[in-house]
Design a protein around this ligand. Sequence first.
Ligand SMILES: NC(=O)c1ccc[n+]([C@@H]2O[C@H](COP(=O)([O-])OP(=O)(O)OC[C@H]3O[C@@H](n4cnc5c(N)ncnc54)[C@H](O)[C@@H]3O)[C@@H](O)[C@H]2O)c1
Length: 439
Amino acid sequence: MDISRRKFVALGAASAAQAAVSQTKAPAMLHSMVDVPYERKDPRVAFIGVGGRGTSLLKNVLAAEGKVVAICDMDEDHAKRAQKMITDAGQSSPELYTHGDHDYERMVQRDDVDLVLVATPWTWHAPMAIAAMEHGKHVCIEVPGVRTLEECWQIVHVSEKTRRHCMMLENCCYGYNETLVLRMAQAGRFGDLLWGEGAYLHDLREELFGNKGEGLWRRKEHTLRNGNLYPTHGLGPVANYMEINRGDSFSHLVSMSTIERGFSEYRKEHVPVGDPKWQERYKEGDFNISLIKTSMGRTITVKHDTSNPMVYSRVNTIAGTKGLFMDYPPRIYFDGQRGGEKWESLDGFKEFEHPLWTRMGEIGKKLGGHGGMDFIMLYRLLERFRNGQAPDMDVYDAALWSSVGPLSITSVAAGSAPQKFPDFLRGGGKDRKPSSVGA
Ligand SMILES: NC(=O)c1ccc[n+]([C@@H]2O[C@H](COP(=O)([O-])OP(=O)(O)OC[C@H]3O[C@@H](n4cnc5c(N)ncnc54)[C@H](O)[C@@H]3O)[C@@H](O)[C@H]2O)c1
């Protein structure tokens, strides 16, 4: 063996060893939750957390004529506000659960609830989802899903054990552009897919330094961890384009963070000296970039920055052997396109518009909710429940997309060493049908 080849083999062995570090032991598959249908009924819905996001979800669930029977929020004013929205919509007054941060445990014991929506701070998603499933309820959790690899395996295990679904409410998968581009990808318009990019670039400084809403808990996450804290908005749609968990899968990632500056500078300019926020030390680097390799040899870049001046973007890019789409602003290019090597708008591709957007898009846009995608997602969720179909996205998607958070943190801490993804499907992802989001 020549020296360069020997060196290459040695390097390969080293990175394989490093990649193995993050692999947590997989529990045995109990019963796969792939394509398990909801029991065909109009689900009775309960909410845990009706702050900023939960209130917006509630508005859209009510617009989709979802029946809401119970509300849990330890902030009584928030719970009462939600209660009024429900009675204003002409429904019976829901029972409220407002007695402290574990009152949800009482609510999930009700026997008149089919589906629980969780929109609380991140540390609560896993325990609340698990409690709901253990008491026989299907559950949906807000993004970014769960925070640790152990929690990823827990939701998978409990979902399989209880035969209850745990779906992550990744609304960006239901955006107008995302659903249209997914349908183009599924029709083979981009050829063989090669690379994609997703991001969460959003200046949240004012909100996270506020004394209400996310300011009360989300800034703390920046004092605890350093990696991609919010990967799924950018990643979910790209994973759907590439049929991840449905043929392809994530193999491993490497991740890097910059130094921290944004929060410290913001605090210097906006927070009075003596405020308890001056005790905080921000661990999270301002910008994180993680690079995922898929088992079929594709790559996905996922970026995160919420600490600096920024024009909002999820990047949302997909490229293949026949062309590519890039968002923000939306633009598309195909091999051999008329007019040469120039971007075109999406306007010429209306034939790929998602039927749900054609049917319900105007209502969604009127309601607001991220340009209408929140309504499309929730309408779709209720529709699939009512029809007795499986949810578009299941616990395996929730676990895999969430796992980018903890794996990026481990990689950053290990000098960007490769981290291998667990196979949450334990081999069961290869022969699955394409993502139903596009259908
Ligand atoms: N998908 C999206 O576009 C999107 C947008 C915003 C927020 N989110 C996600 O939604 C979740 C909630 O964020 P938010 O902006 O609404 O935060 P928020 O602080 O405005 O609301 C959280 C609510 O949860 C309640 N709560 C906290 N702990 C509780 C407990 N133990 N029991 C009962 N209630 C409890 C709080 O009182 C509050 O009303 C987060 O996971 C966030 O990442 C998603």
